[in-house]
Design a protein around this ligand. Structure first.
Ligand code: FDA
Length: 308
């Protein structure tokens, strides 16, 4: 219930104004978001790469209905990728891109505009020597997003896809994407969805995650196990052994600021671990989804406001 309320609030302009102006917000946001500028993102990346992590950088934002804004976001990614190339960080650092930030939600021609912008970002990644993973948003965008990933893969076969185990369709999508050279990030799903398309009970989302993991680990793809759930991490390790996968033929991914000690433990055992590092000014939607994932974060957030 609290999760759904927070996810609905993530769409509300009124709550956005309240949360972004609350004095206690910044300190908790700082746990999840490394900063607002490219240089802050680069600095955080250097630190993580120095600790043997791989990184995926996300320039925060969502759902633009303005074509000029979509083009500006595309250019921000291109500048970021150029900088990663210059600094020699591209081998360990890719980027994550939300198609809604580059035009997918535009009422006219959104699919094509998002594809064109994403293509420009992929070309910049190719020049820099790295890759792009296309984040997945709510279920209404899945067909368009997977179609765009498919088109991008014609020119940039390394383009990563994200699948959400909460959706009833996802096992079938995993089977479609479990082919050679296909990079697939498996997540549980961070959006409010109805029971007609998604499993309402968390236990069913978890079981579906395991079924999807089995398909991806058994396939010829490159699975990216994106979860902080200790059971999923353990099961992924067991499945990798069962299917004869060596470390490096799959990877773990976790969000910046969540279970950092587990991230370090996995690296110390020789696993490849990628940290998802968000930066930018438009942190509201991302922050609310992180609050929704863990009620304890909400208590901490409210206490930090009240104590001021
Ligand atoms: P679960 O929610 O069961 O959490 C397991 C444990 O992890 C918790 O008990 C707690 O200890 C810890 N934890 C989890 N979330 C926490 C939080 N916010 N604060 C503190 N502790 C927390 N989703 C999506 O829809 N599209 C996408 O493209 C992506 N991309 C993505 C990339 C990466 C690298 C990750 C790790 C996750 C995503 N997600 C995502 C988010 C994902 O769908 C999901 O909402 C979160 O990962 C939480 O689910 P878990 O699998 O971690 O398990």
């Amino acid at each position: 219930m609290l999760r759904l309320t927070l996810l609905k609030a993530a769409q509300s302009q009124r709550v956005r104004r309240l949360v972004t102006s609350a004095p206690g917000s910044r300190s908790l946001v700082g746990r999840f978001v490394v900063g607002e500028t490219l240089e802050e993102a680069v600095q955080a990346t250097c630190g993580l790469v120095g600790e043997a992590f791989a990184v995926t950088l996300d320039h925060l934002g969502e759902d633009t209905l303005d074509e000029a804004q979509a083009a500006a976001t595309r250019d921000t990614y291109v500048a970021l990728l150029d900088r990663l190339g210059e600094l020699g960080l591209a081998a360990q650092t890719e980027v994550s891109l939300k198609l809604s930030t580059v035009g997918q939600a535009l009422p006219h021609d959104g699919h094509r505009i998002a594809l064109d912008n994403a293509r420009t970002v992929c070309a910049a990644a190719q020049r820099a020597g790295t890759t792009v993973t296309i984040d997945m948003e709510d279920h209404t965008t899945v067909d368009s997003t997977l179609a765009i990933v498919g088109e991008l893969r014609d020119d940039f076969p390394w383009t990563g896809a994200v699948l959400q185990s909460c959706l009833r369709r996802t096992e079938a999508d995993c089977r479609d994407l479990a082919h050679a050279a296909s990079r697939v990030r498996l997540v549980k799903g961070a959006y409010a969805e109805s029971a007609s398309v998604a499993y309402p009970a968390k236990a069913d989302v978890d079981l579906a995650y395991v079924r999807c993991l089995k398909i991806l680990m058994a396939g010829e793809d490159y699975p990216m196990v994106a979860s902080h759930d200790p059971r999923m991490v353990e099961i992924a390790g067991a499945l990798a052994k069962q299917y004869g996968r060596a470390p490096g033929s799959y990877e773990y991914q976790m969000l910046h600021g969540i279970r950092a000690s587990e991230q370090r433990r996995l690296v110390a055992t020789g696993e490849r671990v990628r940290v998802y590092v968000p930066y930018g000014q438009d942190w509201y939607g991302y922050f609310m989804r992180r609050l929704a994932e863990r009620p304890a974060n909400v208590g901490f957030f409210l206490r930090s406001i009240v104590s001021r």
